[in-house]
Ligand binder design. Structure first.
Ligand SMILES: Nc1ncnc2c1ncn2[C@@H]1O[C@H](COP(=O)(O)OP(=O)(O)O)[C@@H](O)[C@H]1O
Ligand SMILES: [Mg+2]
Length: 303
């Protein structure tokens, strides 16, 4: 019997179609499942977990494309379902633990530091006074800071703060200030880099150029093909290893000295923009890595 996996998303779209086709090419069936539709029912089957489309069995694997926003309880429950599936030996790609470590930008920063990976100075606090002290000290040294939502994505909610700027109320940032030193682009050339890593290996890179300083594709940045230089590859692969991800999109910039620094790591990365400028079939890379490294070994393990 061929393997059947769940692609967790409530909106399959372009990425879902690409993945489904790539898995089909490897003989793996896919079903789209909204994580929020999964249930616990201890009477329903021996696992006590009901994944729609899989009735009394569990999927042979799970590819996480989305964890939809929700209340603290909803998101915790959705992650619990992923954790529990892993407890039963179902390969979850990326694991719930790895996703947790990237959704929370403070955790990513701490792990990057522990692994000795270059990332800009970062200050995270619930306290207005601590955040203000960092802002005053940094701006006195002619640095600017970027204030980010701790769980942000797609370039939403970012503010750049310079000398004399007031710190917003903590409540505007869900009670946590995440401040990162602004990386002034080399020669004022505004851009950043996205490196896509699959199975521990960087497979594609691009340059993103926004009209302002936020270079997310979701904010209208232009994607340009970029060579996967050795230094970008090395830093991105180390960052992904430090966090423990199967696959990731790593955002990097080059500081004044030209050396790459990691801005953030995405555990549920989109790749439509990157695919438009990269010759590498990214969905195929993902499906092949998932099957070879995670699905095939697990097929002997699920009870
Ligand atoms: N410290 C920084 N210095 C310069 N630009 C930054 C910095 N942090 C973020 N940016 C810009 O904002 C974009 C979005 O920030 P990022 O941390 O990746 O958050 P998101 O999760 O919203 O993508 C980055 O891709 C980069 O263009
Ligand atoms: Mg980003």
């Amino acid at each position: 019997m061929s393997a059947r996996i769940a692609i967790m998303t409530s909106a399959p779209g372009w990425h879902g179609r690409r993945l489904a086709r790539a898995f089909a090419a490897l003989g793996v069936e896919t079903r789209f499942v909204a994580l929020g539709d999964c249930r616990v029912d201890l009477e329903a089957n021996r696992y006590g977990i009901v994944v729609p489309s899989f009735k009394t069995t569990l999927p042979d694997g799970v590819f996480v494309r989305e964890i939809a926003a929700g209340t603290f309880e909803q998101v915790t429950f959705r992650l619990a379902v992923l954790h529990a599936l892993a407890e039963w030996g179902v390969p979850v790609y990326n694991s719930a633990r790895a996703i947790e470590r990237t959704v929370d930008k403070s955790m990513t920063s701490m792990l990057l530091r522990k692994a000795g990976i270059a990332t800009p100075g970062t200050w995270v606090s619930e306290q207005n006074a601590a955040a203000r002290t960092a802002l005053i000290r940094e701006t006195a040294r002619s640095h600017r800071l970027v204030l980010k939502p701790l769980f942000g994505s797609q370039g939403r909610g970012l503010q750049r703060l310079g000398a004399g700027d007031a710190l917003p109320a903590a409540a505007d940032y869900a009670g946590v200030y995440y401040l990162q030193r602004f990386v002034e682009s080399e020669g004022g050339d505004a851009r950043d880099y996205r490196v896509f890593v699959v199975g521990g290996r960087a497979v594609a890179a691009m340059v993103r150029r926004g009209s302002d300083w936020v270079h997310n594709v979701a904010q209208g940045a232009r994607c340009e093909a970029a060579p996967l230089t050795e230094d970008l590859r090395e830093v991105a692969e180390r960052a992904v290893r430090a966090i423990g991800l199967d696959h990731a999109g790593v955002d990097l910039m080059r500081a004044h000295d030209g050396l790459p620094v990691v801005i953030e790591v995405n555990g549920i990365p989109a790749w439509q923009g990157l695919q438009s400028v990269s010759p590498v079939d990214i969905a195929a890379q993902l499906a092949e890595d998932f099957v070879r490294r995670r699905l095939a070994p697990a097929s002997k393990a699920v009870p």
